[in-house]
Design a protein around this ligand. Structure first.
Ligand code: ADP
Length: 348
């Protein structure tokens, strides 16, 4: 499923790694965030101190991990990577923090899923580069203070609203990543195609850019399938090749893109199967809404968090869904997109 926005296999992880921009200058789009990060990193470098802690918020696949790597790279520091679900106890975090080398960048993905006890330890660590370790139990328990090497925390979350305020407040800077525009996505794709040495025509790139949910990861994922398709069906080129190239096939074209889109079950607006089943449930089962998130989640057999942080942001962005205090409501364009006649529906 496209909606599984995390890398789906080792092969895809390697593929993503190969396409990751290594510097801020190579990072496409998000101009505002890039400018803000650049300032923050330069100021820290001039004062010879660790950069402020950074929180990156936004839906999956928009470049949070990539930016964390760039922060380390651009400030000449090494990077340690962890994730909220891997930090189940305060002890897990204590072990991680006490093993950092001075100035290191610590990336914690899905930081909103860290254990509560670890969160509290993190407040002090972020503020004073210090933690208190509890030893013993009951009346004999004591806490031993431990100094840490200074570090920069880069936290990533799909939902900054899920972070407790004390944690959010301790980040010096929060970047909200937005869905990418089609021009930016075309640039992401052109860059990736060049790195992959894939010959693909501009119409094909534009088609992918318009149907990848505003998300570079999905754009690259579709491009990878287009590459495979063009490899297996070399005669399906766009026909735009000049005879002088002598290859006889020409660049990969729209046929290959359509094959990839079909494979991933992507519709004309770039909605995938999960997007559509969420919208269809609201339209058909709940008469357009409002319907509460949990009811909706049960009805499509998906976790509420996935619906809220992966599916809904894009549907809201393209004007198919609104979130109201009483629940989720499908908009007029959703009724139109699915070709459902509301009156007929109501009369049943
Ligand atoms: P996230 O951590 O937000 O889920 P990633 O940083 O892992 O997203 O990005 C997913 C993929 O998309 C990576 O392969 C990366 O190369 C690509 N990507 C993300 N943002 C950009 C960008 N601004 N420019 C070029 N490629 C990008």
């Amino acid at each position: 499923d496209l909606a599984r926005l995390t890398p789906e296999s080792e092969a895809e992880l390697a593929f993503e790694g190969a396409l990751r921009p290594k510097t801020l200058a190579e990072f496409v789009g998000q101009a505002r965030v890039r400018g803000q990060l650049q300032l923050l990193l330069r100021a820290a470098a001039m004062q010879n101190r660790t950069p402020d802690h950074i929180l990156l918020a936004g839906p999956p696949g928009l470049g949070k991990t990539t930016l964390a790597m760039i922060v380390a790279q651009e400030s000449g520091r090494s990077l340690r990577m962890s994730s909220g679900p891997a930090i189940q106890h305060a002890g897990d975090l204590a072990a991680l923090l006490s093993s950092l080398v001075p100035g290191e960048v610590l990336f914690i993905d899905e930081i909103h899923r860290m254990a509560r006890s670890a969160e509290e330890m993190l407040y002090l660590a972020m503020e004073d580069f210090r933690i208190d370790i509890m030893v013993g139990k009951g009346a004999g328990a004591t806490s031993i203070p431990l100094d840490l090497a200074p570090f920069t925390l880069v936290g990533a979350t799909t939902r900054s609203g899920l972070l407790p305020n004390p944690l959010r407040d301790r980040f010096g800077f929060t970047a909200h990543l937005e869905f990418y525009g089609t021009d930016e996505l075309e640039e992401v794709l052109a860059r990736a195609a060049a790195l992959l040495e894939l010959d693909i025509d501009r119409r094909a790139l534009a088609e992918i850019a318009g149907r990848c949910r505003g998300t570079p990861r999905i754009a690259n994922r579709l491009l990878r399938r287009v590459r495979d398709y063009a490899l297996v069906h070399p005669s399906t080129g766009s026909g735009e090749a000049t005879p002088s190239t002598g290859s006889g096939t020409g660049p990969a074209g729209l046929d290959a893109v359509h094959a990839a889109l079909e494979l991933y079950d992507v519709d004309a607006l770039g909605l995938d199967r999960l997007d559509r089943s969420v919208l269809e449930a609201i339209l058909v089962r709940f008469d357009g809404g409002p319907v509460g998130l949990n009811t909706l989640a049960v009805s499509v057999g998906e976790e509420a968090e996935t619906i809220e942080s992966v599916v809904e942001p894009f549907l809201v962005r393209i004007g198919m869904l609104t979130r109201t205090p009483r629940g989720r409501v499908a908009t007029r364009s959703a009724w139109q997109h699915f070709g459902i006649d509301r009156q007929a529906q109501a009369g049943q």
